[in-house]
Design a protein around this ligand. Structure first.
Ligand SMILES: [Zn+2]
Ligand SMILES: [Zn+2]
Length: 643
């Protein structure tokens, strides 16, 4: 028997007999690992764990803890659901059934049967019954003619249409139990690991996304290896609904949308504006300490600007279309990013190396066309403000500047209460060079620059190919919120290309002209998106320093209004902000409403408080704190701020 070399992710090389499977490799490491293996990457391709490996290969095993493992698991669950559907509704036809971010779906043609949510529990039950039979997912290579014959007999025109696009030699079937599907795989070893099932939704979906074709029924589902995980998932979904930033944004009067203004164009209400400006001021102060200079640029720029920058060639057709002046025949585009304007600012006059690094910042509002179906509250909009800055520096300064930005960004993320974050190094897709502009040499320098800068920094990183911007690689910050969901926040990008396109120069110490390097960075990313994440992460209970109203004064009767005004003024002197709730409502009602508004502190004023020059303090979540003088309250407040 011939031996092959298997290289594992840690770089170790093991020898196995030719034909060993990923499962066999897992077994040779530990039985526990083998029990958990769902699929494997073999030389970068995702395979069934049971598929024989014939040649030397790099192998990575995937379990439930890997994105790839979950994806294989959920896609296999779609096959299991199809088997259940076929058992319950003979003659049902199948379209496609992929895994998605959370679970899977399958598009089906149920013929005369009208599936309703009431049918879902029955399907779930059937799936669990079939899963217990521990059916293996068996891969089989099939000749095209044979595949056509199978689905012709089965009268499944959708699979026949999918087969048209496939060539002989690349067609595989997967069978588990009584169900066979046309599929390239991969799949989990067998059905026994599917222990909990929830079919979450029914929707209409056009075959191949074409509205002229048949409308099929899309059945969404999710499965888990443990019942407890399903319960936790459903609880998380419930909690996420409660925290939905669109709902809280309206309740807390932070922002609004108006059909007349246009979809995807948020408008900030006074409280939301306060919140947003407080965030901006915080960052502005930190940036000032680091030598940033703020600028302001217009919301539009001539088409020529974006032809120079390359944005027009890359995104022109998918952007808001040019605005034309009535007389001069000029063409302008809504600004999709701030960099080209900042390049022009750099070029306002000749620059010397002594001015570098030059750090230009702007809270710049940009506009990007998104299809109406893609819009979602503040997280997917058509107009948003970036906390943008561009650092122009020499090649030698790139690493140092990059690290300063890295420091600033991690400081900002931590200050916002996110403790769980990673940095994703986003590099080119080596297979698709046509997606990127700029020379190979510049790309290599930029990619290496990021890798070097990050390597000396104590931060958890992952490297992803194909996620770079079209003009340069980037570092993306991914945070985990209170519900365990991942979000992408700000980015840092190293760019050798735009300075070249704008012919930016500086005179070096050697009296020669050189080209600067540009670093793009935005710690929040966009104010809109960041605030949407912040709302859902905190459930609207913002940190005390950030929250629009820090306290509410709740008088028991309007007799106390003058005393309340006195308190408000005393607190304003200490930059403590809030309001008096002088409505003629009961105190119980006022407390409840203040809690719903997520105001952290309540100062209740009755006879005793007014007589003793005191306030009775309640804190959101903690209840009654006790009575204190204004001075005592101010020092209590300062203590909370410092927490
Ligand atoms: Zn499949
Ligand atoms: Zn930029």
């Amino acid at each position: 028997m011939q031996m092959i070399n298997i290289t594992l992710p840690d770089g170790s090389v093991r020898q196995y007999e030719q034909g060993i499977s990923a499962m066999g490799i897992a077994l040779s490491i530990s039985e526990g690992l083998a029990r958990n293996v769902l699929s494997a990457s073999v030389n970068g391709e995702i395979w069934d764990a049971s598929r024989p490996i014939q040649n030397d290969a790099n192998v990575k095993l995937f379990t439930w803890n890997d994105k790839e493992g979950k994806s294989t698991y959920w896609h296999s669950s779609a096959h299991l659901m199809a088997e259940a559907l076929e058992a319950l509704y003979p003659g049902i036809k199948f379209g496609i059934g992929p895994a998605i971010d959370n679970g899977y779906y399958y598009d089906v043609d149920t013929g005369d049967i009208n599936l309703t949510p009431a049918d879902l529990p029955k399907i779930e039950e059937k799936m669990l019954e079939l899963a217990k039979t521990k059916s293996q997912y068996i891969r089989q290579e099939v000749a095209k003619a044979e595949a056509i014959k199978y689905f012709t007999e089965k009268k499944d025109e959708y699979k026949l249409e999918l087969l048209e696009g496939l060539q002989d030699g690349q067609i595989t079937f997967y069978t588990q139990g009584n169900f066979t599907d046309l599929c390239r795989g991969p799949h989990i070893p067998d059905t026994s690991s599917i222990k909990a099932v929830k079919l979450t939704n029914l929707a209409g979906a056009y075959w191949r996304g074409d509205e002229k074709r048949k409308q099929m029924t899309r059945i969404y589902g999710i499965t888990f290896p443990k019942a407890k995980e399903l319960t936790e998932y459903l609880e998380m979904i419930e909690e996420a609904k409660k925290r939905d930033h669109r709902k809280l944004g309206a309740e807390l009067e932070l922002f609004m949308f108006s059909e007349k203004v246009g979809q995807g164009l948020p408008m900030w209400l006074p409280k939301g504006t306060q919140l947003r400006e407080r965030l901006q001021n915080f960052l502005r102060n930190e940036q000032e300490k680091q030598g940033y200079q703020m600028v302001v640029t217009p919301h539009i720029g001539s088409k020529a600007l974006y032809v120079t920058s390359g944005h027009y060639a890359k995104y022109g057709a998918d952007s808001f279309q040019p605005i034309h002046t009535p007389k001069e025949g000029e063409e302008f585009l809504l600004k999709p990013m701030n960099c080209p304007h900042h390049c022009e600012i750099y070029g306002v006059r000749p620059r010397s190396y002594r001015e570098l690094p030059l750090r230009i910042g702007e809270f710049g509002t940009v506009y990007r066309y998104e299809q109406s179906g893609e819009l979602h509250g503040l997280s997917r909009v058509r107009g948003f403000t970036q906390d943008d800055a561009h650092i122009f520096c020499t090649k030698d300064q790139v690493k140092g500047e990059f690290q300063k930005v890295l420091q600033l960004t991690t400081m900002v993320i931590k200050k916002m209460g996110f403790d769980n974050f990673t940095a994703q190094i986003s590099l080119r897709d080596p297979e698709k060079p046509e997606k990127y502009i700029g020379s190979e040499e510049n790309w290599q320098a930029a990619e290496q620059g990021i890798i070097d800068a990050v390597s000396e920094f104590d931060i958890e990183t992952v490297t992803v190919y194909g996620e770079a911007a079209f003009y340069g690689p980037k570092l993306d910050f991914m945070i985990k919120d209170a519900l365990g969901r991942s979000w992408q926040l700000g980015t840092i990008q190293v760019d050798y290309n735009l300075p070249e396109r704008f012919e930016l120069e500086y005179v070096g110490a050697d009296n020669q002209t050189h080209r600067p390097v540009m670093i793009h960075r935005a710690p929040f990313g966009s104010m809109e998106r960041f605030i949407s994440i912040m709302i859902e992460h905190t459930a609207g209970k913002f940190p005390l320093w950030l929250t629009p109203d820090q306290y509410a004064i709740l008088p028991i009767s309007d007799r106390f209004t003058p005393y309340c005004e006195e308190i408000k003024q005393a607190l304003a002197k200490h930059d403590i902000r809030g309001f008096i709730d002088d409505r003629a409502e009961s105190i119980g009602r006022k407390i409840r409403d203040t809690e719903l508004k997520r105001v952290p502190l309540m100062l209740i004023i009755g006879d005793k408080e007014a007589a003793n020059n005191q306030v009775s303090v309640r804190r959101q979540g903690d209840g009654d704190i006790g009575s204190m003088t204004i001075e005592e309250f101010i020092s209590y407040f300062d203590g909370l701020l410092g927490e």
